[in-house]
Design a protein around this ligand. Sequence first.
Ligand code: MRU
Length: 364
Amino acid sequence: MFKTIEWTDEGVVMLDQRLLPEQETYLTLRSPEQVADAIRDMAIRGAPAIGVAAAMGIALGFRREGGGPGDERRGRFEALAHLMAATRPTAVNLSWAVERMRLCFEAHRNDPFPRLQAALKDEAVAVQTQDIEANRAMGRHGAALLPKACRILTHCNAGALATAGYGTALGVVRAAAEDGKRVAVYACETRPFLQGARLTAWELQRDGIPVTVLTDGMAGHLFQKREIDLCVVGADRIARNGDTANKIGTYQVAVLAQAHGVPFYVAAPISTLDPSAASGAAIPIEERSPHEVTTIGGRRIVPEGVPVIHPAFDVTPHRLIAAIITERGVARPPYTRSLAALRGAPSASRRPRKPVREARPARG
Ligand code: MRU
């Protein structure tokens, strides 16, 4: 099994996702600046995975520097926190991980330097291992919602590559397959970065889970032909009311799902919830370079001088979402109440494995 990201004595090692599926190449990053570049350039991507990378980038920043007095250490921490937080704006897991590292820093900033270094490294590795645990719990909760045999449409890559391992939306698919359910996945290609075609197809094929790729514009046709039983996608940020930001193109899949009476599920860890955002209107949407749209494989596909837009995410309104699957259970509408209940619930590792918990308020 591949490792999306790993802390080693050499530095932070990550699979370069820009080169998949043709090349399986690992990068060894020895400075926080290199980690920030890798996040920005999408060598690593996916909300939970970039959270882990940011945490490891901060720990890496204290490997050789930051051993001075308290004020100097704090200055170093703030510079690293800013470096990581400024890489990509939409996935809240990134700033969540930075804030987790801040708490760790504050608790240990006056310790002897080796102890501070060890605490930051341990915290970053804990962000990673807890993400895998959360994904497995999410998988169990989500798999219980799936029929014995189903065809699942997903958009982008919310798999092992997008997380510390196992995946969120693809974690649900994996858990269902492990339960003996007959699952088949339709993966939207996901223009322009092609996360569906390059990454989702790659990791599911390696697991022996049936996967078929379609271009984004083919989704409506498949719904019309009754080829889709349900949709599961990941998330980059979920507002208090359940509005969900995910990869550009997710919203149109959700509209199609509603038009055809197909359930549309979101799978995401609690760290993807943003209690400070009342609705999707408060979620910042990353604009990426038009160059990623105007060229494919180095070849220009749009005439010079024609304007191009490139919002990297869109927001799916909560009314289109049948349920939000988290490691603490399944939230149903109205999300303002059910998500708040899950946020207040104890963490997955402290909960019994069964039964599956549904956070469904008594009345809507
Ligand atoms: O631009 P990306 O590839 O980082 O976007 C990733 C997504 O939109 C994923 O669906 C989301 O981060 C969830 S990953 C578990």
